[in-house]
Write a protein that binds this ligand. Structure first.
Ligand code: TXA
Ligand code: MG
Length: 344
């Protein structure tokens, strides 16, 4: 529970939070920071607000939104039941980057869930997000605050680049911490299915519900199955220039770059701090340290956006081991590259 005195303190120190909640109570939409990425927030009970969110982002209307709460009492009317497993996950991970898909309640706009019988809910671990929700006194539907298809915003500046003129305001809370979005899960009995990998890892979930009780939606890995989370079927996180992942040595990647540069192209490389000095290209951008994957997650979207500024014709990117937060990193990179991977 986000305590009332904490909200009051936040409101005293940050009057723009009151401004944001006033807009939200008029069913307008405002960008707010969360611990993962910036969200574009609106009253989850208002059809008008939800319509504005979809319009501002240019988001397809069949892709449902996550509803953000600051207090468990807000689950009332939002969901119709909470299973024992879901309860366990809330206790362990909220507030935090875990979104739980639950049976929908009667007091949530049908536009939020895109007609699905379920609703995705999370309690963000960010003082400003929690204070905005508490001050607005309604659950907030919030997708990532980027234009549909672009990398998610991890700073107020990124939101401004994408949504200036389209929304009345952004609450600037500096850079977000986690950098990739929340993990989305569904619970069936005592089994947890990951619909979107994110800030909470499979290993962390297993520690709470037991080994072997966490599975990954087959639709994420196998093209023969449709992903259960509608958002996972869209191309996403794409930089402006064509982007290819390279699964191979530094020398192999450099040879690919050299060949394109000889043909007169301007080439960008997405790498990490450890190797940033090793490559020769027109634009080499490190995203965090390979030895600390959390820092890669933190800087990933910022790095992808930086290539647009640099104006390159083609981007080559390194791959990462698919363990821990590396699963979420690779999921985003593969989407960003439209599935294009060159193997040595
Ligand atoms: O970290 C995050 O989750 C950020 C911050 C702002 O909270 N939000 C975010 O929202 O990433 P968005 O809209 O960009 O992604 C929501 C994902 C989509 O893939 C969507 O399809 C899925 O959650 N989703 C929403 N409701 C669902 C439902 N009822 N069943 C299955 N998937 C659902
Ligand atoms: Mg998004």
């Amino acid at each position: 529970r986000w305590p009332v005195d904490k909200t009051e303190k936040m409101l005293e120190n940050h009057p723009h939070i009151i401004q944001a909640s006033l807009w939200i109570n008029k069913n307008e939409v405002i960008a707010i920071p969360t611990e993962t990425v910036y969200g574009l927030a609106g009253n989850a009970r208002s059809d008008d607000a939800i319509k504005r969110i979809f319009e501002a982002k240019g988001r397809p209307s069949d892709n449902p939104l996550i509803v953000h709460i600051s207090d468990l009492s807000q689950l009332e009317g939002l969901v119709s039941s909470v299973s024992d497993t879901a309860q366990k996950l809330m206790t362990a991970f909220w507030p935090g980057p875990l979104t739980i898909v639950l049976p929908k309640g009667e007091n949530v706009s049908g536009r939020v869930t895109a007609g699905l019988p379920t609703v995705a809910v999370r309690m963000p671990d960010h003082e400003i997000a929690l204070a905005v929700i508490a001050a607005s006194d309604v659950p907030l539907a919030a997708p990532s605050a980027n234009l549909s298809g672009k990398p998610s915003p991890t700073s107020a500046q990124h939101v401004y680049e994408d949504l200036k003129g389209r929304i009345p305001g952004i609450v600037d809370g500096g850079s977000t911490g986690v950098g990739v979005e929340s993990t989305v899960v569904e619970c069936t009995g005592d089994l947890v299915t990951i619909l979107r990998p994110g800030g909470i890892t499979l290993e962390e979930l297993e520690k709470v519900v037991g080994a072997g009780r966490v599975v990954v939606d087959p639709g994420l890995e196998n093209e023969k199955h449709a992903p259960k989370s509608p958002g996972m079927k869209y191309t996403h996180y794409a930089p402006d220039a064509p982007f290819v992942l390279v699964d191979g040595s530094v020398e192999f990647l450099q040879r690919l770059v050299d060949k394109e540069r000889e043909a007169g192209k301007r080439i960008g490389i997405l790498t990490t701090e450890e190797r940033a000095g090793v490559y020769k290209a027109d634009c080499v951008i490190p995203a965090g340290n390979r030895s600390n994957p959390e820092t890669v997650a933190q800087h990933l979207y910022e790095a992808l956006r930086a290539f647009n500024e640099a104006g390159v014709d083609q981007i080559f990117g390194e791959v990462f081991p698919k363990t821990g937060v590396g699963v979420a990193i690779m999921n985003r990179l593969e989407k960003s590259a439209g599935g294009n991977i060159i193997k040595e």
